[in-house]
Design a protein around this ligand. Sequence first.
Ligand SMILES: NC(=O)c1ccc[n+]([C@@H]2O[C@H](COP(=O)([O-])OP(=O)(O)OC[C@H]3O[C@@H](n4cnc5c(N)ncnc54)[C@H](O)[C@@H]3O)[C@@H](O)[C@H]2O)c1
Length: 209
Amino acid sequence: MARLPEYLRALHHLAEAGHDTVSSEALAAAAGVNSAKLRKDLSHLGSYGTRGVGYDISHLIAQVEHILGLHLSRAVALVGVGNLGHALAGYGGFASRGFKIVALFDADPTRVGEQINGLDVRHIDELATTVTTERITIGVIATPAPAAQIVADLLVKAGVTSILNFAPCVLNVPEGVDVRKVDLAIEMQILSFHEHRKSAALASGEAAA
Ligand SMILES: NC(=O)c1ccc[n+]([C@@H]2O[C@H](COP(=O)([O-])OP(=O)(O)OC[C@H]3O[C@@H](n4cnc5c(N)ncnc54)[C@H](O)[C@@H]3O)[C@@H](O)[C@H]2O)c1
């Protein structure tokens, strides 16, 4: 499942570049996996490609989007419209990937009423009613960490069943609610570890020479 969004990104990229079909090798290279794994993954979807032609890109996009449930265009609420929230709300690329941010919330009255990308920032007190009227199923939290659990509780109470958390903290949610966490600092720390190992290897190579 985790590889499907990578295939989808690569397929959209190929379609935008004007391709109609793609070989398993080219798609695997674009998605950063090996081609045997890709062929096996796609065979589970019932896609085998045509010998000498490859995979029909638009058909495969439709299949992967169907499996990921993206054909339904998910309604998303974003809570916390500060530095990060502004950037996310202003990004126009989510709609073509199956998501639509339909509502923005903040607790700061000075932010309420501001327009970003055609949406008014609403007060957090309006969350429950908006989740119902806009049929929101995914909530994005971009508040400071101390507010994140409070916001998660409000989202869950309102009926949201998936949360993407950008705040650096662990959220407690009831069973049936999915939480994914994004933390750029953790990714940087992993890269830092690799850098550290590379310089240590270089230093020991130089010492041996
Ligand atoms: N995951 C990452 O890679 C990553 C990267 C950058 C920032 N962050 C995190 O994202 C969060 C936001 O960062 P920022 O720089 O945009 O902060 P910010 O202070 O600029 O914005 C936070 C916003 O949340 C609002 N807020 C506070 N409490 C709220 C509540 N109870 N309900 C609704 N809104 C509320 C504030 O009014 C403010 O507008 C922080 O937790 C930060 O650590 C994560």
